[in-house]
Design a protein. Structure first.
Length: 317
């Protein structure tokens, strides 16, 4: 019995060796998933586009309270840029609102080179420019999805990019950027640009930080993080580029005001924007949280000091 030979049936061996291709790697299945993800993303973009169109204000007249779509683009980008190009200081609320009646809110706390960066949008009329901005935001959602996938080490495929992009469109932050016209998506990409590997992308931090300085509430914490990583030269050059670009941007206004102090005046210049930002109810910094918990106003100076201590502590430890 021990000398008998075991015969392996050919069809049994064939079944053991030959296996059907895995469903996930099948080309047809991969294409189908990509098409489904694309259709979901496109459907959500259409829904948000219809919602934006239904809630957007007129291009030639003031908007009502119910017409709030792309209001952040109008008040933080388009109208300040057009006022600046007309020679009006957008940081001076009185002159600014007199020259740009479409703007319903004061110009927020943005650095002057924010105006320079977005000036190409003023080459077309306001009605066209706001939809160009909207379409650009849709495209940047896909860029952000690809960046997030790469940062997590996940495969960057058409399916994953459109799938995660669809999730962003369906989220509250996506709604704020696409429908309201917020700049958070762009600032997040600027931050990613600044934090890239310095060995492979030595100038990325300079460019990213200079762009992030368009909104100092992003630029300052980002500069502290870069300093904590030992990127002193990048911080110095990036900040210098931002300051130079801002000076060039506001040089015309400085000449009109007679000095730099006219632009920075607390009654109508950059100082008023800083003052409004410090006292804003939408703040989520340490001072605002402490005021909320204690039901007491800790004061603006105390809020700045507390916030600075927390930032420095994070950088050191």
């Amino acid at each position: 019995m021990t000398g008998q030979r075991t015969t392996v049936r050919p069809h049994v061996m064939q079944r053991a060796v030959t296996r059907p291709p895995a469903r996930r790697t099948d080309p047809g299945w991969v294409r189908a998933r990509a098409v489904v993800a694309l259709l979901v993303f496109a459907s959500l973009a259409v829904v948000l586009g219809v919602r934006t169109h239904g809630l957007i204000g007129p291009a030639e007249g003031p908007s009502s309270e119910d017409q709030w779509a792309l209001q952040d683009y109008r008040d933080a980008i388009d109208q300040p840029v057009r006022a600046w190009l007309d020679g009006v200081n957008p940081y001076d609320s009185t002159d600014y609102h007199r020259s740009r009646p479409l703007a319903l809110q004061p110009y927020p706390l943005y650095a002057p080179h924010h105006l320079l960066i977005h000036s190409p949008l003023a080459l077309v009329d306001y009605g066209t420019a706001r939809w160009i901005y909207w379409a650009t935001s849709i495209g940047l959602v896909l860029v952000m999805a690809a960046v997030a996938l790469r940062l997590t080490g996940s495969a960057v495929t058409w399916t994953s990019v459109f799938g995660w992009g669809a999730l962003v469109l369906a989220s509250r932050p996506g709604h704020m950027d696409i429908v309201v016209g917020n700049v958070g998506l762009r600032l997040a990409l600027f931050t990613w640009l600044a934090m890239r590997d310095p060995e492979r992308h030595p100038w990325s931090a300079v460019i990213g930080l200079a762009l992030a300085w368009t909104k100092p509430t992003y630029g300052l914490p980002l500069a502290v993080l870069l300093l904590a990583r030992g990127r002193k030269r990048s911080v110095a050059i990036g900040t210098g580029v931002a300051v130079l670009a801002s000076v060039v941007t506001m040089s015309r206004t400085m000449v009109a005001e007679g000095s730099v102090f006219g632009v920075l005046s607390p009654d109508g210049g950059v100082g008023s924007g800083i003052r409004d930002a410090i006292g804003a109810r939408a703040r989520v910094d340490v001072g605002a949280i402490l005021s909320f918990l204690t039901n007491q106003d800790v004061g603006r100076l105390a809020a700045v000091v507390l916030g600075s201590v927390v930032v420095l502590a994070a950088a050191l430890f």
